[in-house]
Design a protein around this ligand. Structure first.
Ligand SMILES: Nc1ncnc2c1ncn2[C@@H]1O[C@H](COP(=O)(O)OP(=O)(O)OP(=O)(O)O)[C@@H](O)[C@H]1O
Ligand SMILES: [Mg+2]
Length: 368
């Protein structure tokens, strides 16, 4: 074991920028880390995963140095108490894996010690409750400062609210834009989320008026666009990027994720089949000068785990968990970079009139 090796192990758990110092005395390794989450829970969790990743032959001592979180204060902070970063997971095309990515990314961020929530805003087919095995759950209400708040459902350490919790199973509800906006607004502002580092918002597929309506109800810090690498999906992804880039929406794109990048047969894990083409999303990211956040292979077990309600990245040390860990680290870097360089995103005000959207940027906070 040498410093290089130690850093390599640590980098799987924390961003390299957090590693301050490493000292080794025989089998004792002393690690000094910068952290921005001062909670005992976060420290314990991080310490535990560091100790377990070095195995039994080493005595690991972790010293934490709490540094101020590198985020720009959000204008909507007054209302969004406790939630630091709200990130939309979107795609132009349906079925490319937004919900799968949202679930697994949430688990990986939470394994890194972050507090994570998911808001499933997919009015067409909310699938997060299935992926977290909480389909039959219904949120309860709690009184906080004399105000009734919804209590999110917690599964695998992730706090969840889904538009699906408010409809009966198998009952199709046709959500109109304003209805969806109102429901989502409540799900963000009237919910006891507690302290969250990340709230991931799983968006419905597409880039129509209803999406603009949803963007209106949520103060987003940034958006992640998911796509598969084939041409038809990429053109929809481009439309997704343009939607966020519109001057009057102006939500920074934190990066692109290439899902189903290649197929790996379970019985021949060394093989890679590039079914939908190779590097399509990565090239699009280069083209648009937005960060590329990583590849997720097409694995039968990813689909099985989602259907079973136990996201695949929960399985430590698997190839799948590693892909998502890599992506989670890149997401954190991109968010830090974004918060260092850009002002907070304001809520966008959209009025739909006779098929055309007049979009105005609201100066301060949400219009309630
Ligand atoms: N990398 C992957 N490997 C295997 N199966 C995957 C992968 N990504 C997604 N899937 C499967 O593909 C299907 C669609 O994925 P998912 O529901 O996440 O897409 P989506 O973009 O959220 O869809 P929608 O647009 O309907 O919301 C699911 O059955 C999921 O399990
Ligand atoms: Mg989905």
């Amino acid at each position: 074991m040498d410093k290089k090796k130690i850093i390599k192990i640590l980098e799987k758990i924390v961003p390299p920028s957090q590693i301050r110092n490493i000292n080794m005395f025989g089998t004792e390794i002393i690690i000094d880390l910068n952290i921005d989450n001062p909670s005992l829970h976060a420290k314990k969790k991080l310490e535990k995963s560091i100790i377990s990743s070095f195995g039994k032959n080493y005595k690991i001592i972790v010293n934490f140095n709490v540094v101020e979180r590198k985020t720009v204060p959000n204008d909507n902070k007054k209302e969004l108490v406790g939630i630091d970063n709200v990130i939309a997971i979107s795609s132009g095309k349906g079925g490319v894996g937004k919900s799968t990515i949202t679930s697994n990314l949430a688990i990986s961020l939470s394994k890194m010690g972050f507090k994570v929530g998911i808001l499933d805003s997919d009015i067409y087919g909310p699938s997060i409750p299935t992926m977290f095995d909480v389909e039959s759950f219904r949120p309860t209400s709690v009184k906080i400062d004399n105000r009734s708040m919804m209590e999110p459902i917690e599964s695998y350490g992730v706090k969840i609210l889904s538009i699906g919790f408010f409809t009966e199973v198998n009952q199709a509800i046709i959500w109109r834009g304003p209805m969806a906006s109102k429901a989502l607004n409540q799900m963000i502002f009237d919910t006891n989320w507690g302290e969250l580092d990340f709230l991931l918002v799983d968006l419905p597929p597409g880039t129509g008026d209803i999406h603009l309506s949803i963007v209106q109800s949520i103060p987003l810090n940034g958006a992640i666009v998911v796509s598969t690498p084939q041409k038809v999906a990429l053109s929809d992804a481009k439309r997704g990027i343009s939607m966020f880039n519109q001057k009057n929406i102006d939500v920074p794109v934190l990066g692109l994720i290439e899902n189903m990048a290649y197929f790996v047969p379970e019985d021949m894990p060394e093989k890679k089949y590039f079914i939908f083409g190779k590097d399509g999303v990565k090239n699009l990211a280069d083209d648009k000068s937005v960060p590329f956040l990583g590849f997720v292979p097409l694995f039968k077990s990813i689909r099985e785990a989602s259907d079973f309600g136990h996201p695949a990245s929960l399985q430590n040390d698997s190839l799948i968990a590693k892909s998502f860990e890599e992506i989670a680290k890149n997401v954190v870097s991109s968010v830090v970079e974004r918060n260092d360089h850009l002002p907070p995103t304001k809520i966008v005000k959209i009025t739909t009139m006779a098929g055309c959207s007049a979009i105005n940027k609201k100066e301060n906070g949400a219009e309630k």
